[in-house]
Design a protein around this ligand. Structure first.
Ligand SMILES: N[C@@H](CCC(=O)N[C@@H](CS)C(=O)NCC(=O)O)C(=O)O
Length: 250
């Protein structure tokens, strides 16, 4: 029996999985930035609900048909007998429980960080997601693909491929680029490497997690990732690199 935290993360068909979902990567980076040892249990999409129920992790949302939606990341901390879903709640818990490293959500910054992430999601991350969503089945194991397609197509009311046809991808990426440039302007105002200065906060880490997911989904050698790396004078490649380099490997 170990006291190590377990992170429940989404499985992929990649040989050395390090996570590909921006939501679960937020929790992974939060644990790594805080230097907290943990192990990963990789979960297939159709098993998320049963895994959450067996752990006692509550749903975090609802499906369009009103059914509860169970999601990852989930962490289980045997040291405090805690099970938690939702990346924000996990970050708050780690800040409160593991105080050796600076907090990711310092007191008084909750609202501003949430507002930043919400705005960056709408103008930059949503268009980027539109561009990469049809590619996600390529990195899933066969047992997850039909579930993933069914659920996403049910939510979108469209076939994944029709959400962003290949010929539309450059235009959608251009919209994402414009959104990222606005976010780059917010960073420029901070005048420092991170939004709140020299140390990354949860909002930086969330953007880093999104970029890490984007890189995995398009592929490091893809034309798309090579292009994204040049946006805003390389700001996004640098942000991802610095978040990853601060993260202690699992
Ligand atoms: N607000 C949640 C959202 C998590 C979320 O949406 N996770 C997705 C994976 S990226 C999920 O588990 N979806 C469940 C499903 O598709 O069945 C968080 O930040 O943790």
């Amino acid at each position: 029996m170990t006291d190590e935290i377990t992170l429940y993360d989404l499985a992929s068909n990649r040989p050395n999985p390090r996570g590909w979902s921006s939501n679960t990567l937020k929790a992974r980076f939060a644990l790594q930035l805080k230097g907290i040892p943990f192990k990963t249990v990789w979960v297939e999409f159709p098993d998320i609900e049963s895994v959450c129920k067996s752990l006692g992790a509550p749903p975090t949302s609802v499906w369009p048909d009103g059914q509860p939606m169970y999601t990852l990341p989930v962490i289980k901390d045997p040291g405090t007998n805690t099970v938690l879903a939702d990346s924000w709640a996990i970050a708050k818990y780690l800040d409160a429980t593991y105080t050796a490293r600076p907090p990711l959500i310092p007191e008084g910054t909750d609202g501003l960080q949430a507002a930043f992430s919400d705005a960056a999601t709408r103008i930059a991350m949503m268009p980027m997601s539109q561009a990469f969503l049809p590619l996600i089945p390529n990195l899933l194991n066969p047992s997850s693909i039909p579930y993933y397609r069914f659920r996403r197509e049910q939510m979108l009311g469209l076939k994944l491929e029709d959400f962003c046809p290949l010929e539309k991808r450059p235009e959608v990426l251009d919209t994402a680029k414009k959104g990222f440039s606005v976010v780059a302007g917010w960073y420029a105002k901070s005048g420092k490497e991170y939004l709140m200065g020299e140390k990354p906060c949860f909002a930086d880490l969330s953007l880093g997690a999104f970029l890490a997911g984007t890189k995995q989904i398009f592929g490091e050698q893809s034309d798309e990732w090579k292009l994204i790396k040049t946006w805003d004078d390389g700001r996004w490649a640098r942000l991802l690199k610095s978040i990853e380099s601060l993260s202690v490997a699992e």
